[in-house]
Write a protein that binds this ligand. Sequence first.
Ligand SMILES: Cc1ncc(COP(=O)(O)O)c(C=O)c1O
Length: 401
Amino acid sequence: MTEFADRVHRVKPSFTLEMTSRAAELRAQGVDVINFSAGQPDFNTPENIRQAAKTAMDNGDTKYTAGSGTIELRQAVCEKLKRENQLDVSPDQVLISNGEKQSLYLACQTLFQSGDEVLIFKPYWVSFPEFVTLADATPVLVDTDPKQNFEPDFEDLKSKINDRVKGIIINSPSNPTGSVWANEVIVDLLGMAKENGWIVISDECYERLVFDGEFTSAQKLSDDHQIGANIITCMSMSKTYAMTGWRIGYAFGEKSILKAMSKIQGQATSCANSIGQAASVEALLGDQSAVEMMREKFKERRDLMVSLLNGLPGVSCDTPGGAFYAFPDFSTYIGQTFCGEVIKDSFDLSDVILSEAKVVTVPGDGFGAPGHIRFSYPLGEDVIREGIHRVKKVLENFDNN
Ligand SMILES: Cc1ncc(COP(=O)(O)O)c(C=O)c1O
């Protein structure tokens, strides 16, 4: 048998994508599945953006572009950052990549290596520890407080400080919790990063999906508070414009770092796809009304989802401030039995919910959060109601109920 490189064994598969595949498989078998595992809007990409892609193809924008992205798109990103985030960024500080995921991966490849430690808050998005591992560095998990909006536990953070720490990854609004950290918390983190010489990778892909209050980019907080933190910010077309399949994201920050990231991207994938880049110019500069329409819809669905989850026996769910995930606490069910089988952890619980109710969820243990389950809600309201009704029936059939 062919022997694989060590990194293949070290890296874990993306189990959120696995859950999505399981849902698709069941559906293909004709099973009536409700899928609460999706990490993407259910809307199609807005019409003006689709139209821009068609025009780009007809105009022959079908060739390789500059490795760091077309100048038109990098300029559009700068305009967007000025308009929405009050940030002054120049095109040579911007890298366009194949989805924000690639920007995050490249940032880790560029900045970290063997011997480095990178701080990641748990619950974490599944790819963060893997990006760090793929860069031969070590992810160090830091606790958050579920009772305080999953904000960092600063005591735990301080206990993890040592000379090997090179960077810190933050993600607000968060996948999987949907929580939006208070600006003061981010300011404190940036201050610590500056003091200790850590580079900050700020994943802001859900920046336009904030339901209560205003979003402020970490870079803006650093500027306003004159912190001078070294931040690589990563943003995405995927969630804001319902463009997950187009695979366009971007990063910005210190010029030399972006140049180094671009160098690796050039050898890995050359550039992001030309048609997606042309469509993204329209997305960033054209009519923004679809963004607000989708945000409002997600807010209504969030409120429905949270109220239904809180109606489940023994389950509690705080209201998340952003993204499209609810992250309820099901820990009262861990250790209980269902049909004589002990439910050891949230993997078992998600499995029972899938096999009994044909409802796909994502177990919190996979995000470093035992006892929790992630419910994505980019679904119609009737589907959300039916899905939670099915989960309720499963919970009522636990052995000691
Ligand atoms: C926290 C987080 N960051 C980044 C991404 C990747 O986004 P993109 O589609 O731009 O690669 C996702 C996608 O689910 C995400 O949840």
